[in-house]
Design a protein around this ligand. Sequence first.
Ligand SMILES: *Cc1c(COP(=O)(O)O)cnc(C)c1O
Ligand SMILES: [Zn+2]
Length: 416
Amino acid sequence: MTPACLKCVICGKEFSASARNYTCGVCGQDGTLDVIYDLKAAGKNLSVKSLSMNNDRSMWRYSDILPVENTKNIPALSVGFTPLYRSAKFEREYNVSEFYIKDDGRNPTGSLKDRASALCVAKALDIMDETGAAEPPVIACASTGNAASSLAGFAAVSGIAAYIFVPRNAPAAKVTQLLVYGANVVLVEGDYGDAYDLAAAAIGHFGWYNRNCAINPYLVEGKKTCALEIAEQLNWNVPDRIYISVGDGCCISSLYKGFSDLLELGFIERLPKITGVQAEGAAPIYKAFAENSDKVVFTSAHTLADSISVGSPKNWAKALRAVSRSGGEFLTVSDADITSAIPELARGSGVFAEPAGAAAFAGFRRMARDGKLKNSERVAVVVTGNGLKDIEGAQKSVGKARSCVPDINAFLKLNF
Ligand SMILES: *Cc1c(COP(=O)(O)O)cnc(C)c1O
Ligand SMILES: [Zn+2]
């Protein structure tokens, strides 16, 4: 539905939802905007009952509370409604009453980012309709890898040109995805922060449409469908605590937005404690939280989990709010924790996560081992990206396979 307005997360100033100004004119880049709906009006159409009869098994089953004007602009690539698995094994091992894994690596390009890219492409086509332009706007983004490969896929299916800026050391699988989808790819000699700055300059120069979840407020709305699905899959009885890894802070903010909308609609009774997991070497939001500061100090970033290797997070204000308002916390995990979490999660649940996806599980494991979880707790972990996205990270945890000449005696000598 058409949003009522956009509202600054810092000063609360409201802006018209049709405007293309992306952050608050008063607070600047830190003043990211929330998309506000008339949820009373939305609730006339959308109910627990209407959803139970809705057989659209994609994120668009929630279009009553998504900011898309025209359903014909929804891209053809199916996204969302990813499985939520329950694991009795992890419940036993970590002594919690219920344990769930939301496998968002199952999205079409392999990460949760698809939820935002699908929305971005639909919005770009909305803009074309609104302005009467002959072509949709070119879309551009900077990314550690997944936002890029995701945008490339959705731009391809909707016939929109995409310009993508990624750091030179982005994993090969992600860069290959970009090229396969036919995006215009720039490998920036520097880190994600450098790629971001160059993309911002080019976007400003050419007037491209910005696919960055911190700058473009509509994208967090796409990602919030992950929270809506978890709630619906648990029959509106949300988990006590939910873990997600944090780089820029957009995904964690979108969980908060999704659960908050559901609370206001009256579909759920409380928010889960939203728990953000950062890598030790890239933890500026964790640091601000631990020091009780309301300002994040940018740092350098070093972690093998490339998707959360962010030293200058753009959506820090929303991320801090998500955690403090939901009664959650931030914690950090080491690269060794992340590496060992990959095979443990895969062997225990069948879900192969990329390092940033496994980081959320590593965060849960750490809190459970430290005795910080009650045995009555119901816990969910969001796996944000697929393990095939970055096999180098996974290889570090499992070593090499043994080889054998094609002869049974040689095989027996291997003593498997
Ligand atoms: C983007 C991403 C994250 C982190 O999301 P932010 O919004 O940057 O905090 C985590 N995991 C994966 C796989 C991602 O692609
Ligand atoms: Zn503001």
